[in-house]
Write a protein that binds this ligand. Structure first.
Ligand code: EPU
Length: 419
């Protein structure tokens, strides 16, 4: 197990290059299983979740080869319609996308109950409900979830809750179904639009991604020999924007899509930060005290839950009291106990946390409790007085590529140590 040792008190300044989006990559890689051909994906983030999926694709008979650090070629022509290895699929959350993709291509799928970050209850009832509307039967037993169908037939599906995973999974299951599927009350995150753009680029007929209703006309097959570049990671960009604010620094965030970050930019301006939109990059700086503000996490285009812990670090040192209301995940405030070890004054109960701003955080030994909490705690260590140690950094490696190198280029003093 690795840990980070961080020398604090750093103002982060310089440039950072944003990688491809984790949450798009973990959906688009399984989506390549729908193609009876060869696909080249560019701008793929080199993170541990992506490596696990590539291993699963290989176990299913796909040939996966990296031609450079961010380009992967997947040949799914000899896909074996077998069950995905349980020990691999139960390791991470996005393995549920194998259900939609394999159901679409093979009409049968079985994966281990998806694992991943502990953010509280993570039901997948909307996924299974959707598969059943298309004509599949689903069952859960012995730690596995399976779905099978003789034939998938397009149909209208209305989601009871807005779910990123269910929206993408039903797109995957219906692109090769017979007839038209209409998905209503869908999620609108940038990575959903990216999955739809990818599938359309190989011959799918998906309309409306990014709106509340998505219409999919089933096609007979998807064509290979195509190259697609994954969208930049909105959450990684937001993490560095918030690192600029918390450290009172000045960071040029390159290779991002500023409009994906509008809800965060608005909050940063309220907090006294400055944002310069340069088209495909953003400069974020903060020279003054941080103003307190209130946040409610919501599906896109609302404030993303995946940036909640990172903005929590800035609010912990704001000039007054702020409130965060977390409306997506019930256990997303675990990081506040860790920040309190650094002298923060945060009271979290249920869906709400009250942040009474303090002047300074002080170094401590901290434990990442999930991916985004890990990124937030790393920012806290970078700005705190003294030398901190951060444990459980395998969570961070799941979703941030070379995070310590990127922060080091901005002036942070971070050492990775293997224990
Ligand atoms: N929900 C249900 N039933 C379902 C599905 C979801 O009740 O069948 C509820 C969940 O309990 C939650 C809400 O709906 O309260 C939203 O869940 P969603 O399905 O949108 O989340 P997800 O697909 O499991 C993805 C991201 C998460 C991100 C959420 C919300 C991936 C692989 N994961 O999860 O990302 O927090 O959307 O935006 O795309 C992360 O990257 O750190 C991460 C946790």
């Amino acid at each position: 197990m690795d840990k980070f040792i961080i020398e604090g008190n750093t103002k982060l300044c310089g440039e950072v290059e944003i990688s491809g989006a984790k949450n798009a990559a973990v959906a688009i890689l399984p989506a390549t299983l729908l193609i009876d051909g060869i696909t080249t994906l560019e701008n793929v983030p080199n993170i541990s979740d992506v490596k696990i999926i590539c291993n699963i694709l290989e176990a299913l008979g796909a040939k996966v080869s990296w031609t450079d650090e961010h380009t992967v070629v997947i040949d799914s022509r000899d896909l074996k319609c077998v069950n995905a290895p349980l020990e691999m699929t139960s390791k991470f959350r996005a393995s549920y996308y194998l259900l939609g993709a394999l159901l679409g291509r093979c009409h049968h799928a079985e994966v281990g109950i998806p694992g991943g970050c502990n953010l509280g209850a993570r039901p997948i009832d909307q996924h299974t409900k959707g598969f059943e509307v298309l004509g599949a039967t689903t069952s859960v037993s012995q730690g596995k979830i399976s779905a099978s169908a003789k034939k998938l037939i397009g149909a209208p599906i209305y989601f009871d809750v807005v779910s990123v995973g269910a929206t993408i999974n039903l797109i995957l299951a219906s692109v090769l179904a017979k007839g038209t599927t209409t998905l209503d009350n869908v999620a609108k995150e940038p990575h959903i639009v990216d999955v739809a753009n990818f599938l359309n680029s190989v011959g799918a007929e998906i309309r409306g991604a990014g709106t509340d209703t998505i219409k999919i006309n089933g096609v007979q097959s998807l064509s290979g020999n195509h190259t697609y570049s994954i969208v930049p990671d909105q959450i990684e960009a937001g993490t560095f924007m918030l690192a600029a604010v918390a450290s009172k620094g000045n960071i040029l965030i390159k290779n991002c899509i500023p409009e994906h970050l509008d809800s965060l930019s608005a909050k940063i301006i309220e907090m006294g930060g400055k944002i310069e939109d340069l088209g495909d990059s953003l400069r974020v700086s903060c020279n003054s005290k941080i103003n307190p503000t209130n946040i409610k996490t919501l599906p896109y285009p609302g404030f993303p839950t995946d940036l909640q812990p990172q903005i929590g670090v800035s609010l912990a040192i704001a000039n007054g009291t702020s409130i965060i209301n977390e409306s997506i995940w019930e256990s997303r405030f675990q990081y506040t106990d860790e920040l309190n070890k650094m002298g923060a004054q945060i009271t979290a109960q249920g869906k709400t946390a009250v942040f009474k701003g303090v002047k300074k955080l002080t170094a401590a030994h901290l434990y990442a409790t999930d991916l985004r909490a890990g990124a937030a705690l790393l920012i806290a260590c970078i700005i705190a007085d003294g030398q901190s140690e951060l444990y459980n950094i395998h969570y961070i490696d799941r979703g941030y590529e070379h995070i310590e190198d990127k922060f080091r280029k901005l002036g942070a003093k971070i050492k990775r140590v293997s224990e």
